[in-house]
Ligand binder design. Structure first.
Ligand code: ATP
Ligand code: MG
Length: 306
């Protein structure tokens, strides 16, 4: 396989000098398809993994350009308080440039493979925000998006896919987009609880780790007024291999990342426009995690008392 050197993004270079030179090529037919929870393989747009790198196909239009621009803007360090020097550097995937499949004319952005540090990654994709359509979307587009999940505005999040390693059956339970679409404001929390149930117990250790990382994401949104996103997701990941994780420990290996920036808007700080949709969604997810925690604590008290 040829070397992966195309479009290398080097943040040490000055503005204008960065990346995008075509010095090599990848044989896409030989790459391993990524096991994403929100699969677009059926639409013929698979993502790939190459060692520690995740190659995400971007649309050949403004959406793709916006996502690529966001990563380049964020990691360029032009606004360090928003980018590499900010708390967000912990939860925005690292960006390594892009790659073009010249045969199929697809462009891929190269990101950190977020599943790589885990042996049995359990992953949920939560699309956050009170609207999933652009600020200038027409009525048809708005209606189409609302139809996908009518509780989006109320909850500020929905499940668009998940995979959970079931230790009882030694296999993954997979949930596609349809699973989340059939939940309502009354049982969306059960969907989240299901994500932490590994066939034997609720992974309260993972919930605790994820909660504290999620609070950092919320804190960033509450304190920044430059970026606004639509149709983006927060990805929650925990280690499903309980041999790797010692059950009974208060917290365990987990990660929280923001992904999918195809609908990214940027405004001047003086306009003071916060991303209120993301804030609402993150607060509601945190509330659900807290109530699962309380539920588990209650079970523990009851068992100890009996
Ligand atoms: N950096 C990453 N590392 C590992 N997996 C990732 C990464 N980024 C995305 N994924 C996986 O790919 C899935 C889809 O990602 P993303 O939403 O960015 O793509 P998309 O093509 O815009 O999909 P959609 O339009 O359906 O939301 C995620 O749910 C996750 O499972
Ligand atoms: Mg997505």
């Amino acid at each position: 396989m040829a070397d992966i050197v195309r479009g290398v993004y080097d943040t040490t270079k000055k503005k204008g000098e960065n990346n995008a030179d075509s010095k090599g090529s990848l044989d896409f037919d030989k790459l391993e398809c990524a096991d994403t929870v929100n699969s677009r393989r059926s639409k013929g747009r698979a993502s790939f993994v190459l060692r520690k790198t995740f190659l995400k196909p971007i649309e050949n239009d403004l959406r793709g350009q916006k996502e690529k621009n966001f990563y380049e803007d964020f990691w360029s360090g032009k606004a360090p308080h928003l980018g590499p020097a900010s708390i967000a550097a912990e939860f925005i995937p690292k960006y390594f440039g892009f790659e073009v499949d010249t045969v199929k004319q697809n462009t891929f952005i190269k990101l950190d493979n977020l599943e790589d540090p885990f042996q049995k990654p359990c992953v949920i994709d939560l699309k956050i925000g009170t609207q999933t359509y652009d600020e200038d979307a027409d009525n048809d587009k708005i209606a189409k998006q609302i139809k996908k999940f009518k509780y989006q505005e109320l909850l500020g999040y929905r499940i668009t896919g998940m995979k959970v390693y079931d230790v009882h059956h030694s296999e993954y339970r997979l949930y596609e987009k349809e699973y989340g679409r059939h939940l309502t404001n009354l049982n969306a929390g059960h969907g989240l609880m299901n994500f932490f149930f590994n066939g034997r117990s609720i992974r309260i250790d993972a919930i605790r780790s994820i909660k504290s990382k999620l609070q950092n994401v919320l804190c960033w949104f509450e304190n920044q007024n430059v970026y606004r996103f639509y149709g983006h997701s927060v990805l929650l990941i925990y280690e499903g291999n309980i041999e790797e994780e010692n059950l009974g420990v208060p917290t365990s290996k987990a990660d929280v990342k923001l992904i999918d920036f195809a609908h990214c808007y940027k405004s001047k700080p003086e306009e003071n426009r916060k991303d209120l949709g993301s804030i609402k969604g993150l607060k509601n997810i945190l509330k659900v995690l807290e109530s699962i925690e309380q539920f588990c604590d209650g079970i523990e008290v009851n068992t100890k008392g009996s």
